[in-house]
Design a protein around this ligand. Structure first.
Ligand code: FMN
Length: 321
């Protein structure tokens, strides 16, 4: 049983959320309450320091999530100190000796992860916040993946989960654990910008788009509306960006790995809502206020049902079936 092997008591996992919205405080609070906290992609040295800080805050297990398009050798080195590595967005391949899972948006991808020796698969439904790999609702995809993989193979379920009944539903469907992003993004410990948290609390509609694609083009993600989406999408009545914008966003891919994370962040701080150079970075504590208008305000469909910011440990307790 994967959770027992990891030493996790409660089948509640805080999803990896990149770009700095998860700091050690959030991940440690989730793990300390018995769930599984997850640090995510940021500069490798920040990830390494974050993991050391989590280890200081809790003795419980901790996961690290790596976005494959951005993961460099230094990220893998930093992640090797975690109890579980979760990968996303790319060909599943074992790069660590320890426990490894891959988040998947289709049956084919889940099959590929299983064949590559993943210790389990996170099944992500289209309701999810952040980058969305597939197009199928969570429970529907879960049934398909379950039928396609051997009995007893560990599956986690992500997307559209916000309360205890949802967690219960995931477990009844056969999931080993429920994975929640948006709910933990809306916690006191999340490092999302305060203004972003305010918009999440007030938010009800989300948009599935590829707008915030600088250096990561044609990658579908779910966000709250803001000035950038109003300019590029609502005005044109199309949630996908014009081809030429994707082309501009793709043109920086070859140089992206040579640009330090701090430089990428400072560029994202300066861009205007009318620029095609919209970055996948979300506004975090310390980001300028203007990023609320120009940054990616990731949110899942559950944002419509969540109206509060709660301490993460309380959330784990409230979610425990
Ligand atoms: C702000 C935000 C950032 C995210 N960043 C990542 C990431 O870096 N890596 C990843 O595997 N998934 C990422 N996701 C997706 C989550 O892993 C997960 O699939 C999703 O949050 C589940 O849906 P929910 O938001 O409805 O709970 C992100 C989600 C959000 C909301």
């Amino acid at each position: 049983m994967l959770l027992e092997r990891l030493g996790v008591d409660v089948p509640v996992v805080q999803a990896g959320m990149g770009g700095g919205v998860v700091g050690p405080e959030l991940a440690a609070a989730v793990s300390e309450a018995g769930g599984l906290g997850t640090l995510a992609t940021t500069a490798p040295e920040v990830l390494e320091r974050g993991l050391a800080e989590v280890r200081r805050l809790t003795r419980r297990p901790i996961a690290v999530n790596l976005l494959l398009p951005f993961a460099r050798r230094a990220h893998w080195r930093a992640a090797s100190g975690a109890d579980l590595v979760v990968t996303f967005w790319g060909r599943p391949r074992r790069r660590t000796d320890g426990p490894w899972m891959h988040q998947c948006g289709s049956v084919d991808e889940a099959r590929a992860a299983h064949a590559a020796g993943a210790d389990g698969v996170m099944v992500q439904g289209v309701e999810a916040g952040g980058h969305v790999r597939g197009a199928t609702p969570a429970l529907e995809l879960f049934d398909q993946v379950r039928a396609a993989l051997p009995d007893g193979y560990p599956l986690f379920l992500a997307g559209g989960i916000a309360d205890r009944a949802d967690v219960q539903g995931a477990l009844e469907a056969g999931a080993v654990a429920a994975v929640l992003g948006t709910r933990f993004l809306m916690s006191e410990e999340s490092a999302a910008h305060e203004g972003y948290k305010g918009r999440l609390v007030d938010g009800s509609t989300t948009i599935l788009t590829d707008l915030f694609g600088l250096g990561w083009p044609n990658a579908t993600h779910r966000v709250l509306p803001n000035d950038a989406t109003a300019h590029w999408l609502e005005r044109r009545g199309d949630d996908r960006v014009p081809g030429w914008v994707s082309g501009v966003q793709a043109s920086v891919v070859p140089v992206r790995r040579h640009v330090p994370f701090a430089v990428q962040a400072s560029l994202a701080h300066r861009v205007s809502a009318r620029s095609p150079l919209l970055s996948p970075r979300p506004p975090v504590a310390g980001s300028p206020e203007r990023m609320l208008r120009t940054g990616a305000l990731y949110a899942g469909e559950t944002v419509a049902r969540i109206r509060d910011l709660v301490p993460a440990g309380d959330l784990v307790r409230a979610l425990t079936p």
